[in-house]
Design a binder for this molecule. Sequence first.
Ligand code: FES
Length: 131
Amino acid sequence: MATVRQSRKSFLFTLTAAIVAVMGVGRFLSPRIGRKKALLTVSAAEVPHEGALVYREARVALFRDGGEEIYALSLICTHLGCTVTVTTAGIVCPCHGSVYDRRGGLLKGPATRSLLRYRVERQGENLVVFA
Ligand code: FES
């Protein structure tokens, strides 16, 4: 009888410890799940119809897609992480010469992937760029 009692006690202790552990880990993980990190907020009117609105410090550029669609690209080169430069000819990495088109598509390596595109959400007259 003592073994059954001890076994039940041990089981309840283990169960309680497991629940506390899951709650503790969940507390640290849950705020990160689905959390949106806003990189910057800009007025939609500031994005030019030609060229780009470049935030070099945030390493983000906003472009218009002909009409009213606005998209944001990361200015972090996908090769080794240098900050790329937006030019009239495209987007060029000064470090090793990778070239991307205006939509972030890779034209020339050594990079092997296109630039990352950020989600842009319109909030009234403003645009919020999320990582
Ligand atoms: S870091 Fe851009 S091409 Fe190497």
